[in-house]
Design a protein around this ligand. Structure first.
Ligand code: IMP
Length: 175
């Protein structure tokens, strides 16, 4: 058991199993994108651990940037504006692979797809360590999934509860 603040979490997925799944994802990317030189965009904070393990298994000539989605209220409009920060390269004509820690409702990947849609990419793919298919509400294809999990709250391997637990190498579920 692991205690993070006021909650207890029990062991759920071992680091060995996660790494096996990450290697499978890398294998698929290496074969699907053979001959290409993709740009990986790792979405912080949660994806740092998956991004590191995944990149070690990628054998394509590739680049990686670390980005963050930031939401703010515009001064003239009442709506919330979402922007991608940390992206300082031109993606025109590039194959882009988003690296996510977990896809839950899909709101985050939908926003990323909207933002990247305007950038004249060659193609756009999504890789996630974990995917909750029963929580997913969008139509965007999640191309590469490490592991599908039920709609439970998990921590570890980059995922947090209130900022805590990202350092755990195994994944734990709310007890
Ligand atoms: P979505 O936009 O609903 O798909 O949620 C994606 C984001 O919510 C992830 O990048 C995580 O930061 C967070 N999230 C979703 N499910 C979990 C979970 O089980 N544990 C920790 N964070 C989660």
């Amino acid at each position: 058991m692991v205690t993070l603040k006021d909650k207890q979490f029990k062991p759920y997925i071992s680091s060995d199993k996660i790494l096996e799944a990450v290697k499978e994802v890398a294998k698929k990317i290496n074969s699907d994108l053979a001959g290409e030189s993709p740009v990986f965009l790792a979405v912080l904070n949660g994806s740092f651990m998956f991004a590191a393990d995944l990149m070690k298994e990628i054998n394509l000539p590739c680049e990686i940037s670390f980005v963050k989605l930031a939401s703010y209220h515009g001064t003239t409009s009442s709506g919330t504006i979402t922007e991608l920060i940390g992206l300082n390269q031109d993606l025109t004509g590039r194959t882009v692979i988003i690296i996510e820690d977990i896809v839950d409702t899909g709101n985050t990947v939908e926003k990323l797809a909207e933002i990247l849609n305007n950038k004249k990419l060659k193609s756009f793919k999504i890789a996630t360590a974990f995917f909750k298919p029963t929580a997913y509400t969008k139509n965007i294809k999640v191309d590469y999934v490490g592991m599908e999990i039920p709609n439970d709250f998990v921590v570890g391997y980059g995922l947090d509860y209130d900022g805590l637990g990202r350092n755990l190498k195994d994944v734990f579920v709310l007890a």
